[in-house]
Design a protein. Structure first.
Length: 348
């Protein structure tokens, strides 16, 4: 089943601006699509509109090609997993998973078989008689997922499923969810502000900004061919730069050069594409001063300040940085590597 939004808008009573403004996109069938964006960009509102928990002021919601804009939540056959898990504390794991089947008055044998099947699927078949308080955060999230799948929904909606978890559990659950989706390829919409989760889990990404779609496409498209400075900065981080390119050399500048053989460009460069070389003597090319060095496991983050006061973020492998003999306070030559100009690449 595909999920499609056509010019969907939502403005809450008393709000000056629309939470969702003319949003259109399609989530491909059987794939994971991430709704990605900063807080307040409209992600969760869109999920609630698709689930039938909010009614849009305008536009259409289609599931499997059918217009469900006016349909109630139960009529849509949608499974929802919330960040808070929303498990019933007084019920066992088994009864939590069976809840939707009980509401639909499924036969006892069918209910038992389906719960056993799902507990095995989420690798918690030994936990059926426990209560939610006896489970870890990652386990509770998997039980919430099993409950959402119990009624065999046509689409699955995940609202910030990793937000309440610590870093290690979040990484483990992402890996588990990727493998899980390979076995159960239900069309899934993942709401997240975590760009790493979106890039790792999704075949399709919809990046939102201020209630509008900033860009939609594959993770590769958004990372390598961003449509705007916002997309470039939000997805993967980027240094926005401008300058003149002549003879394979980039010189930072706010104005075009008088040299007719040079190209003036405005674009961005990823932190991992920049290299720094310790200055010995009078350098050729752009320079900067190393203001801060932060070591994070196997890589190093560097903050450079150029002569005009602009700051650059640089990321290098630990061994490469150690070999460079660069330290805080050093003057360095900046090798910009590959500069992307929205739609084009310059190799400097």
């Amino acid at each position: 089943m595909t999920i499609e939004l056509r010019n969907v808008s939502k403005q809450f009573d008393g709000a000056d601006l629309a939470a969702v403004n003319q949003v259109s996109f399609q989530a491909p069938e059987g794939a994971v699509t991430s709704l990605l964006g900063p807080s307040g960009s409209g992600k969760s509102t869109i999920l609630r509109i698709i689930a039938g928990l909010e009614e849009p002021n305008g536009g259409q919601v289609l599931i499997g090609g059918n217009d469900v804009t006016k349909a109630g939540a139960r009529e849509r056959n949608v499974g929802v997993v919330f960040q808070s898990y929303a498990l019933f504390k007084h019920m066992t794991v088994h009864d939590n998973v069976a809840f939707g089947l009980d509401v639909r008055k499924a036969p006892r044998g069918e209910r038992r078989d389906r719960v056993e099947e799902l507990l095995k699927l989420v690798q918690l078949e030994e936990y059926g008689e426990r209560f939610p308080a006896q489970l870890s955060g990652g386990q509770r999230q998997r039980i919430a997922l099993a409950r959402a799948l119990a009624t065999r929904p046509s689409v699955l909606l995940l609202d910030e499923p990793f937000g309440a978890l610590d870093t290690q559990v979040r990484v483990e659950l992402r890996s588990w969810l990727r493998e899980f989706h390979e076995n159960v390829p239900v069309t899934t919409l993942l709401v997240t502000h975590d760009q790493e989760a979106a890039l790792e889990l999704s075949e399709h990404v919809v990046l939102l900004d201020g209630g509008r779609v900033a860009q939609a496409g594959t993770p590769h498209d958004l990372y390598d061919r961003p449509a705007s400075p916002f997309v470039a900065s939000f997805l993967g981080g980027a240094n926005l730069v401008s300058g003149n390119v002549a003879g394979g050399r980039f010189v930072p500048s706010e104005r075009p050069s008088e040299d007719k053989n040079s190209d003036f460009i405005r674009g961005f460069v990823r932190p991992h594409d920049i290299r720094v070389i310790k200055v010995i003597g009078e350098p050729e090319g752009p320079t900067g001063e190393v203001e801060r060095v932060v070591r994070i496991g196997g890589y190093v983050k560097i903050r450079l300040v150029m002569p005009n006061g602009d700051a650059l973020a640089v990321q290098m492998a630990k061994d490469e940085f150690d070999a460079s003999d660069v330290a805080e306070g050093n003057r360095v030559r900046i090798d910009f590597g590959r500069i992307r100009v929205f739609g084009h690449n310059y190799s400097i």
